[in-house]
Design a protein around this ligand. Sequence first.
Ligand code: GRF
Length: 217
Amino acid sequence: MARLKVGVLVSGNGSNLQTLIDLCATPGFPAEIALVISNKPGVMALERAARAGIATQVIPHRDFPDRLAFDQAIDAVFRANGIEFICLAGFLRVLSEMFVELWHNKIINIHPSLLPSFKGLHTHAQALAAGVRFHGCTVHIVRPVLDDGPILVQAAVPVLAGDDEQSLAARVLKAEHQAYPLALKLIAQGRVQIDGTRALIDGKAPGPAALLMNPQE
Ligand code: GRF
């Protein structure tokens, strides 16, 4: 059976990318990462991809007059490489509505909060300031509105006394490393359906299969 050809957009360290690389290396896994594109040269994510024998391209956003031109370039490269599905993994650019609609229901992102709480940046500081008892991460289908879209998988971690932004971020990142592979697995296995603003799994409202409570490494 042909494997789903996945493209990944990155800008930095790529620890989430690494978990997707490791997942796709599972024998018989129905998806492969066929291309990694970074808008920044020299980042660790590119090294991780190269080490795994995955093709990489650097497409600096500064080389383009505007967001649309940059997004068109990414779209063209993905299509030229037969990419069928896109994962955002620490990609620090907002995608245009044009791009998101061209890839409707075919882009997922991981966001370091339990959406719809704490959209945007500095999510761990936002969570600490709000005094929530649980924080976490969300893998969702990308929509033109930032950090919006049907939720695929969430992982919740406790906020502990004495936490600061760094300690909380580290706990959430460990949870991300479990949530993102789980989400890509559900996609690759063809188990996700989109029903309006919600994602279904196996045709039903997601149960525990898409929820990780206090995940441990
Ligand atoms: C993660 O916290 C992710 O949720 C956010 O950016 C960070 C990327 O980390 N979107 P990495 O590059 O995957 O290590």
